[in-house]
Each structure stands twice: as C-alpha cells, then as structure tokens.
Ligand binder design. Structure first.
Ligand code: VG1
Ligand code: CO
Length: 542
C-alpha cells in the first residue's frame, strides 16, 4: 500500500508550550492539524530508518491519533515503532522505553493533568533519544516548521490492531505492540528495596493510591497490589477512561479531594498518593498530614540513600525556580551541588545526562531522578514507601523531623485561571518594567532585597533561556514568583508562588496560608492583581 503525499498549509498557533503542544481536542481533530504537527516533528528530527516509541495517557482521541502517527511514521520511512498496547504508555514508562531500546525518541500523546474528552484537552510532545522532553531549540524548530509546512505524508493502510501484543508491519515499517507496564515495573523493582516494603505491608501497613481514572491505574495495580502485596482495592479509580471519569486528573488537594478527605478522616490508612493524567506527577499525603511537593523533594533528597539505587548518595539536586528552597537546604547540608532551572522538565535533561544532578523536582507535584528523563509519579511513591519501610516512622514524624533539622519553608501556589490573555500579559509587562526600581523599596511593610526576570544559563550546553518568571526576594528571605502558565488552553493562567522561611520549630505548625499572609499581601500590592486582571482571589490554591 502506498505512502501518499497530501498538500497542506500552515495553521496558526502550533507553538509547543511548557511541555509539548496542547489544545482543545476538537482543534487537534480538525483536518490537517495533528498531521501538520507530527510532520513538522519528523521534518525536524528526521524519520528515515529510525525507531520511535509511541504511547499516550488513554484520553479521548488517543487511539485515533496513534493510528495517524503510525501511518505517518511509516510514510516518512521510519524503520520501527514500539507502541504500548492499546496505545497506552505513561510518560515515565515512555521515557524508559526510549532509553531501554536505544531508540531515536518518542511521541507521547497527552495533555497531562488537563481534563480529557471531546470538549477538553489533547496534546502531543516529542521526547529525545535520551528519553527527555525536546529542549527549546528543538521545539522552536518544530514550531518554525509548522509555519512553513506545505505537505505531509501518510501511508494508505488499515488500522493496526493495537489491542494485541506482538509484531506487525505497516508499509515498510515494523510495529511492535508491547506490554506498557512490564519494563517499567522491572525498572522500579531494580531501584527500590521491594523486600523491605513487602515486610512493612506484612506488618499491617496500608495505603490508598488514587489513579484518578488516568494512565497509572494498570502500573499501580501491578506494582502495589501485584508485586508489593498490598490488598486489592488499594488502588482506586484504576481503569484509564477517555474522559478520566469526568475527573480533573491533577493530583492536588483541590482535585484529589476524595483522597484528601480519606487521609484527613478517622479511618485514614498510613499513606496516600495520587497521580495525574499521564503518570508523571504525584501527590503524597500521610495520615492527617499533607506533604507539599517542595517538601517532598527535600525529604526525598535527605533520605534517598536509604533506597538501594541511591545508596552511594546524590550527585546533586535540581529544582525549578518557583519550587521552594527547602531542597537547597538539604543540598547544602549534604555538601552536594544544587541547581535552579526554569519551569518544565526539559531543563533538567542536561544536568541528568551530565551526571550533575540525581534528583529533580518541581512545586507542581513533579519529582524524579536519573532513572528516566521525565518526572515520575509512581517512582516518587515507591521512594517514599522505601524510606518509610527503612525508617519505620510515619509521614508526619518524618516531616516534623525534617523541619526541625532544616527549618520549614512555608510555601503555596495561587493560580488565577482563564484570565483575559491581554490583561494578564500587560500585568506581567508592567511588573517586569518596574523590576529595576524595586530593590531597596518596601511593600506592605516588607523590604525588597532583589528582583529579576529569571534567565537560566545552562551550565552543560551554555544556552540561555530568558523571561522565565519574575522573582522577588525580601530581606527576611521570603520570596514571590509570578509567571504565566505555558500549559493552559483557555485564556491565560497567572501562577503566583509564595514562600517564607521559618527556622523556629515552635512555629512549624501554622497553616501555610496564615504563615504566608504578609507575603500574599505584598504580592497583590506589588503586581496590582485586582486592578490589572480583576481578581482578588485565586481559583486553585496548592
Ligand atoms: C505546569 C507546571 C510545570 C510542569 C508543567 C508540565 O506548567 O507548572 O511545573 O512542568 O505543567 O507538567 P505551566 O507552564 O502551566 O506552569 V505535566 O504533568 O503537564 O507534564
Ligand atoms: Co503530567
């Protein structure tokens, strides 16, 4: 059957954001839309004779998009595509398969934590041969290509049966349909002390894992219930659904409220966790205590040596700029390198490849290590379980010990969603213009020590990424960060990040919003949020 060349024309706005291209599903389903973006990827990275990995989080249109991408890969001369059964692969599992099979990269179909369905979101991103998201230079080149494209190639062929594991052919290309879970589960078993965790489970340890009807269900069932012996029913919402059961698959206290209610209630198990649409995020909750992602990164960094894979210690710890400085305190205490990168996992890739960082994390419920090149939700859960099993303590005890030793970085993120994009951009421009006048001034009784628009100089490849968010540091060490989201699909989203350090253990039990009240007031006054975007309250607080 022939490969056919179709004429096309550039489509507005196919610019990849923080992680790939995300749009409303009907936009992706428009004639030529998916095809243009995928052809642009192949035009930039080259397809002839290459091997790619393909999979997605199972959301609406995932199965159709997979068939189109396979036919395009074949028509562009790819030698082989490894695809997860049912076109399913979690983002970290895709990253692992790309590395394990030494492939030329992979295409992941996901809009991550954004809801799925015909009226919700879809997304596509390209990952490099190292398993990590394409760096800015590559996504810029892909975008430029979408603006100049005139044709795409598609193999005329029937659908491949992706429900059946095994090898088939599509035109001149080999298609290997693989078990999406097996290799990933084996990787996890090699990193952690499963015997110690099994022992803890035998001793009565109980947990709840909320897969939010998204991609991690099958992974969590196999690993937690299958290999670690946790009782059936430990994993809830474990079947991936095209609309995620109507859930917003974002593991935070707002969207995972059923899990939060259980963990704060009288019948709470020892440990609770949730993951997002594509399985790269995690939320950690102890009995009666929520662990902020920034604290989770710091605790994992301080205790990682208790797991077999990290027993030699960490080379360094990297965090995204808006993530709290709690991990920096651990790095300083351990005498290891620390890095501050822009938002988005793609910026960790070079540090991981160069062996300069072992652990990475973002405030947005993302943690990971050099075992893959993506953040990894289940990995974080398993590292926590390994630590709990070795320390024989509960989450609350571990967290309080951590704060007593390092101090507590009170932290919160306030999101203002679906804003008028122009108003939000104007607010940011005004704020940026005021940066030089800020140091040395006072706002709401707080003295500003420094302010900038964050620019990152990659220490490995020497590139610079500018305009990554406004940082304001106060004399008392408190911090405010403001940036616009790069993953939203409706208007603009303002993210306001707030942080305050507290050394005194007597003051470690405050409610974060109370502890941060002066910083919140200063942020609103400084940016003129109410006046500029017409909101005085965030929609989501994490
Ligand atoms: C958000 C988070 C960022 C994360 C990104 C992708 O980006 O803030 O930390 O890397 O989502 O996560 P933004 O630009 O909306 O702030 V996921 O789970 O979509 O792969
Ligand atoms: Co995600």
């Amino acid at each position: 059957m022939p490969a056919v060349t179709h004429a096309t024309h550039p489509i507005e706005g196919q610019k990849p954001g923080t992680s790939g291209l995300r749009k409303k599903t009907p936009v992706f389903m428009k004639p030529h839309y998916l095809e243009n973006f995928v052809q642009s990827i192949f035009d930039v990275v080259g397809a002839k004779g290459k091997t790619f990995v393909l999979g997605g989080d199972g959301r609406y249109f995932n199965d159709r998009a997979a068939q189109v991408i396979l036919r395009m890969a074949a028509a562009n001369g790819a030698a082989r595509v490894i695809v997860g059964q049912g076109a399913i692969l979690s983002t970290p599992a895709a990253s692992h398969l790309i590395r394990l099979n030494r492939t030329d990269g992979g295409i992941i179909m996901s809009a991550s934590h954004n809801p799925g369905g015909l009226t919700e979101d879809f997304g596509v991103k390209f990952n490099m041969p190292n398993g990590g998201p394409a760096p800015e230079a590559v996504t810029e080149a892909i975008f430029a290509r979408t603006q100049a494209i005139t044709e795409y190639r598609l193999e005329e062929a029937d659908d491949i049966d992706l429900a059946v594991i095994g090898r088939t052919r599509l035109g001149g290309m080999t298609v290997d349909v693989v078990d999406p879970v097996a290799d990933y589960a084996a990787l996890m078993e090699g990193l952690f002390d499963f015997d110690a965790i099994r022992g803890m489970v035998k001793g009565g340890f109980r947990m709840r894992f909320d897969a939010m009807c998204a991609v991690t269900g099958p992974y969590a069932q196999e690993i937690l219930e299958g290999r670690l012996g946790l009782p059936a029913g430990t994993v809830v919402n474990g079947t991936p659904l095209p609309d995620f059961g109507g859930h917003h698959p974002d593991p935070n206290p707002t969207w995972a409220h059923a899990l939060m209610d259980e963990m704060m209630g009288p019948a709470a198990p020892d440990f609770g966790a949730a993951s997002d649409g594509d399985g790269d995020r995690n939320m950690i909750v102890g009995r009666g205590i929520y662990v902020s992602p920034s604290d989770s990164l710091a605790v994992l960094a301080a205790n990682a040596h208790l797991a077999p894979a990290y027993k030699a210690g960490l080379k360094g710890v990297a965090r995204s700029m808006p993530t709290s400085c709690a991990a920096d305190r651990v790095a300083d205490a351990l005498g290891i390198d620390k890095y501050e990168t822009p938002t988005g996992w793609k910026f960790f890739g070079n540090l991981l490849d160069a062996g300069r960082a072992t652990l990475c994390g973002e405030e947005s419920f993302g943690t990971g290590s050099d075992h893959v090149r993506e953040k990894d939700g289940l990995w974080a859960v398993l590292l926590w379980l390994n630590i709990l099993a070795v320390r024989r303590q509960g989450v609350a005890e571990i967290l309080r010990d951590h704060w007593a030793r390092f101090g507590r970085n009170y932290y919160s993120r306030h999101d203002f969603e679906a804003l008028d994009a122009k108003a939000a951009e104007e607010m940011m421009s005004r704020l940026k213009a005021s940066i030089p006048t800020l140091p040395g001034t006072e706002i709401e009784g707080m003295a500003i020590a420094a302010a900038d628009d964050f620019a990152y100089h990659d220490p490995v490849d020497g590139t610079t990424s500018r305009g990554q968010g406004v940082r304001i540091r106060f004399e008392d060490g408190s911090r405010i960060v403001l940036r616009l989201s790069g993953t939203g699909t409706e208007g603009a989203t303002l993210r306001l990040y707030l942080e305050r350090y507290e050394a005194d253990p007597a003051r470690h039990g405050l409610d974060p919003q109370e502890a941060l009240a002066p910083v919140i007031r200063a942020a609103h006054a400084l940016a003129g949020i109410k006046e500029q975007i017409g909101r005085d309250r965030p929609n989501v607080i994490t």
